[in-house]
Each structure stands twice: as C-alpha cells, then as structure tokens.
Design a protein around this ligand. Structure first.
Ligand SMILES: N[C@@H](CCC(=O)N[C@@H](CS)C(=O)NCC(=O)O)C(=O)O
Length: 239
C-alpha cells in the first residue's frame, strides 16, 4: 500500500481518530460535507478533523469518471437535490447561475493550488484552514447565485485577506501556486483519493487501524457510517 495513504500527521493525538476531508471548492456536495463534519465536532469528541486540498478534475480523469452534470438527467436532479439538502441542513447555499459553464471552462485549479500552498505554510493549523475554506465556499455558493471567480488571482488574494491571512503570507502562497512542488502536491493528494478507490468528491477518509486500508466514504450523505466507524454512539446532527 502506498505510504501516502497511511501517512503521519504532524500533530497527532492518539486518543482521537483522524477524519480527513478531501476537498475542492468547486464541488457543491463537498461544501455540504464540510459544514456537516465541522458541526459534528461537539457531538463526536473522538474525531480529529483534517482538511486536504485536492482537485476533482484529476480525480475524475484518473478514475475515468465524468462530472454528473454531463448527463442531463443527473445534472437536473443534482440541482434539485442540492437545493433540498442545503435547505434541510440549513446551509445558506445556491448553485452559481452559470455553474456548468464556469466549472467546465475556468474551474477551481488556481484556488486549489493556492489552498495547497497555504496548507503547506500553515501546517496543521486546522482552525485557520477551516476559516479560509469556509469563506471560499460561502463566496462561491452564495444564496443569490452570484459567485466569485475561483480562477482569478486578485479574487483569491482578496478572499484570503478577508479570512484574516496577512498580506505577505498570502503573497508567499500566491508565489507558491505556480511552483512544481505545489502543482505536484495537489496531484499527489488527488492520487491518494483514487488509490483508495475514489471517483468524485467529497471523499472522507477515516484513519482507523481496524481495516487494512483506511475506509474511504464518498458523498455527504453517509455521516452515520463515519460516526459508526469512530465508535460514536450519538447520531449525527443533521439540522
Ligand atoms: N450522493 C452524493 C453525491 C455527491 C456528488 O454527486 N458529487 C459529485 C461532485 S460535487 C461527484 O463527484 N460525482 C461523481 C459521481 O457521481 O460519479 C452526496 O449526496 O453527497
């Protein structure tokens, strides 16, 4: 098994189990899972939640999958489904008015490279990561349908600054975005997902030792299984 899959995290607490959310800001179901998992912290004290930036384009291509919206019936259902579940979970959300076109033509690669560079700089400061990731999701899936441009460096800079990152820190991450180290790191993160059998997002990996490979959960609708893998008896808080 690849040592990327069973890797060590720099700050580990043996009493807790790492639950790793692989994310890409362009993925609406990942926004849902991000909010649901962060809400679960209080309910599930054994969970040590971590975030890993990835790119859905690479995951789809390596797994020979394609975006659900390429199949018209799936695309239509997905829009309705997202509207229903975001309302049910009380997450302020709307799919951007030009979502399919934006996703296919511009996409989130620049933002994901930026976030990857930020992760490298901050290390395991999960609360700073969380604040930044949430702001990107909120500004892309606004309740009005007006989105930010995830492919624009000035926009990325302004979101990061609004999230409280210092300007020289942001500049360092922007410089990092174009380096081979960061580009390769983002692809390596995506390879972990496909090596575990992933074909889309969100992917949540529960780092238990109970199975030969850490289990990989696809989707934002399997929270009860994650709780069960953690040995938590309290059910997830859904709304
Ligand atoms: N049922 C899942 C659907 C998740 C989903 O459709 N994710 C998209 C990206 S936002 C994907 O990667 N789909 C791949 C596929 O369905 O094959 C959920 O509720 O979260």
């Amino acid at each position: 098994m690849s040592n990327l899959i069973r890797r060590s995290f720099s700050t580990s607490s043996s009493a807790k189990t790492k639950v790793e959310l692989f994310y890409d800001i362009i993925s609406p179901f990942t926004y849902i899972q991000f909010e649901l998992l962060t809400r679960q912290r209080k309910q599930w004290p054994s969970m040590d939640l971590r975030f890993t930036p990835t790119t859905i384009v690479s995951i789809m291509s390596k797994s020979e999958n394609m975006p659900p919206m390429m199949v018209p019936a799936k695309g239509k259902y997905m829009m309705k489904d997202l509207q229903r579940i975001s309302q049910f979970h009380k997450i302020p959300f709307k799919i951007p008015n030009d979502f399919p076109q934006f996703a296919l033509e511009l996409g989130s690669m620049k933002t994901q490279r930026f976030l990857c560079a930020v992760h490298e700089q901050i290390g395991d400061d999960v609360s700073r990561q969380e604040q930044l990731i949430r702001l990107f999701f909120q500004k892309f899936f606004t309740p009005t349908g007006e989105r930010i441009n995830l492919a624009d460096v000035d926009t990325i800079r302004s979101v990061a600054t609004e999230a409280g990152l210092e300007s020289d820190f942001v500049q360092k991450a922007i410089d990092g975005m174009t380096t081979d180290v960061i580009k390769k790191k983002l692809i390596a993160n995506s390879d972990i997902v496909t090596e575990l059998g992933g074909f889309g997002l969100p992917v949540t990996v529960v780092h238990t030792d109970k199975e030969p490979k850490p289990p990989m959960i696809f989707g934002s609708d399997r929270l009860h299984l994650i709780g069960d893998m953690l040995g938590e008896s309290k059910p997830p808080v859904l709304n």
